[in-house]
Structure formats: structure tokens, C-alpha cells
Design a protein around this ligand. Structure first.
Ligand code: BMA
Length: 334
């Protein structure tokens, strides 16, 4: 009997289109670029200033292991960085005891209504990591609001406008049942309530099982809030940090419209695979080019350097249409 062998049937194609393209100059910033002695620089918030300058607010870890934030500015967002000669925002444990073990992983949102940048960051307190908020006009002076989400909570960013009259904050509280993305609302950026589960980590063998967190602040598109999140896969040789994408309803951002099944970006380059913490890509910020489509995504690589990848909003939305699950399907598969 002749057996006709066909092409093997695979449920998931092994060909994938790279949605995020690494910049050839990567890593674009590392400790050798720093004007003062540090251990490492990674996980930077990003924004465009009024004159078009790219500003990165970088997490800098000193040689005690504690982190502070330092601003780097560049005309083209790739090179020619001017880095503040000393820390831009230091932990202030005297007035804000929750910052005793450092401040980490900032996300920046420009808020037109306030004409200010809102920076949310992790404050590492004796009780664990919490979320703190500060306002700034120029990244030289800051008005701290203190801790707005108590431990254990991190991976937070503010939406740039009110939703039904309230400010909306995405964050990631963790319990021993898992770490999922939540959204909370506030009339004044100080008092937060109406907490809702926004996106759940999947279970079992999924790449984003048990622990996820918001990456950069969500991007407002005509189709919804385009949102990158990281998934943390626990493996016998450590954690693998990878990036996924989902779309949320514009006026009801706790409603997930589409969620990608596979990750779209993960540690592959040498500087992402090996560092102080191996196998980590961790974006905290992006800027948008004048074409309204090209995203410059800034990410920490292996907790040692800052790298840049570019992506197109249109391609990400097309990919979600073809590879995303609706909320109903997600519920049956979690
Ligand atoms: C997370 C955060 C990030 C860090 C990552 C990998 O929990 O603390 O700042 O990059 O772990 O170490």
C-alpha cells in the first residue's frame, strides 16, 4: 500500500511576521554612556517633548542595588543622547518612606487637560513594591503625590484623558492566586476606587500564564486602546519576559475587544538573552512618529541596557484582527 505523505498539518504556523523590528544601533543606551558611576540602566518611560525631543526617563540601578530615575534627551530618539549629569528623580525616603528601597520602571503619560506629564512608577517600600505618582512640566522639578496603590502592585500607567469624567489608572496587583491587570478610577488622581479586573493572566502552559503586567501606556487608536503587556513564563531556568498585545474599548477600557494568542516579541538578541537578569524584554514607553502610525518602542533588555524596536499601529491592528481572540473565546480558554 502506498502511503501518500502530505505536508504536516500544524495548528499554528511556524512562520510569523515580525511586528517589532529591532533597531540596528541596539542597545542604544547602557552604563558606558552614563556620566556617573552606575550598575545598569534599563526600563525607561518615554515621551516627546513640545519641541520634538525624545525624552527617556530611565531606571538606573546604582552599585548598592537601589534604583533612581535619570532623564536622557535626544533629537532623533536613537543617538546623541544628553543625559542629566546627576539623578533626575531620587528616592526621597524622608518624605516618602515607601521609596526607601528605590524607585523603578516609570511610565509617562502627557495629559492635555493638565498640560503636564504624569509619571507613575514603582516605589519599593519595606512592605513591598507599590505604585507612586508624580507630575512634572519639564522633567526637572516634580510634584509627588506619594503612593497611590499599596503593595504588592506595579506596572502602572494613567490614560491620557478622563473616562466618563474620571481618571483611569491601569496597574498590576499581585496575590498568590496570580498577577493580573486591573483598572481603577479617580476624580483627582489621589483617591482611587471602582477597581475592576481588566485582563487576566492565562493558566497552564500559555506564554502569559499566571503573571502579566502593563508595558507602555496604552495607545489611543480609532479602534480602541492598543495595549502592550508582558507575560512572565516561569521555567526551571528562570523567568522569560515576553510581549503581547490586546485592544480595549475606547470608552469602557476594562472591556477587552481582542487579545493576541501568541506573544509578538521576546528575548532573542544577545543583549536581551544575557545580562543581570537573562531573557527579559521590558518596554515601559513609546513615542509616535509624525505619520501617526510608526511606534518607537523603548525597552529594557536583560535588566542591563535600553533598546529600541519599531512597529506600525496599522500592522498591529491587522495582526490582532487575524490572530486575536474575542473576549468570549478568551473566557472559555483561560
Ligand atoms: C520585574 C520588574 C522589572 C524587571 C523584571 C525582570 O518584576 O521588576 O523591573 O525588569 O522583573 O527582572
Amino acid at each position: 500500500m502506498t502511503i501518500h505523505t502530505k505536508e504536516p498539518v500544524t495548528l499554528v504556523s511556524n512562520r510569523y511576521e515580525p511586528l517589532l523590528l529591532r533597531h540596528p544601533a541596539n542597545p542604544i543606551l547602557s552604563k558606558k554612556d552614563w556620566p556617573y558611576s552606575i550598575n545598569s540602566v534599563f526600563n525607561a518611560g518615554a515621551t516627546l517633548l513640545a519641541d520634538g525631543t525624545t525624552l527617556l526617563l530611565c531606571r538606573v540601578e546604582d552599585r548598592r542595588g537601589l534604583s533612581h530615575l535619570c532623564a536622557a534627551r535626544s533629537a532623533n530618539g536613537v543617538d546623541g543622547w544628553e543625559i542629566d549629569n546627576e539623578p533626575t528623580l531620587m528616592p526621597d525616603a524622608k518624605n516618602f518612606p515607601e521609596e526607601i528601597w528605590g524607585i523603578e520602571d516609570p511610565r509617562i503619560t502627557f495629559v492635555p487637560e493638565l498640560q503636564q506629564y504624569v509619571v507613575t512608577y514603582t516605589s519599593y517600600s519595606r512592605g513591598g513594591p507599590g505604585v507612586s505618582l508624580a507630575l512634572t512640566k519639564d522633567f526637572r522639578t516634580f510634584e509627588r503625590y506619594g503612593v497611590i496603590m499599596p503593595p504588592d502592585d506595579k506596572d502602572s500607567a494613567l490614560l491620557p484623558r478622563r473616562i466618563n469624567g474620571y481618571w483611569a489608572l491601569i496597574h498590576r496587583p499581585a496575590t498568590n492566586l496570580g498577577a493580573h491587570m486591573w483598572i481603577s478610577y479617580s476624580p483627582d488622581l489621589r483617591y482611587w476606587g471602582r477597581h475592576r479586573l481588566m485582563l487576566e493572566a492565562r493558566r497552564g502552559a500559555w506564554w502569559d500564564a499566571n503573571k502579566i503586567g502593563l508595558s507602555p501606556p496604552p495607545i489611543e487608536t480609532s479602534r480602541g486602546w492598543l495595549t502592550f503587556y508582558h507575560g512572565v513564563r516561569q521555567t526551571p531556568s528562570g523567568c522569560l519576559y515576553r510581549l503581547g498585545v490586546a485592544l480595549f474599548d475606547l470608552e469602557n477600557p476594562e472591556k477587552c475587544l481582542l487579545r493576541g494568542d501568541s506573544w509578538i516579541f521576546g528575548p532573542e538578541a544577545e543583549y536581551e538573552r544575557h545580562g543581570d537578569v537573562d531573557d527579559v524584554v521590558f518596554p515601559c514607553g513609546y513615542t509616535m512618529d509624525a505619520d501617526g502610525d510608526t511606534l518607537n518602542i523603548y525597552y529594557g533588555a536583560a535588566d542591563c541596557s535600553i533598546a529600541l524596536a519599531r512597529a506600525s499601529v496599522r500592522s498591529l491592528l491587522d495582526w490582532l484582527d487575524n490572530n486575536g481572540s474575542s473576549e468570549r473565546r478568551q473566557r472559555t480558554e483561560l
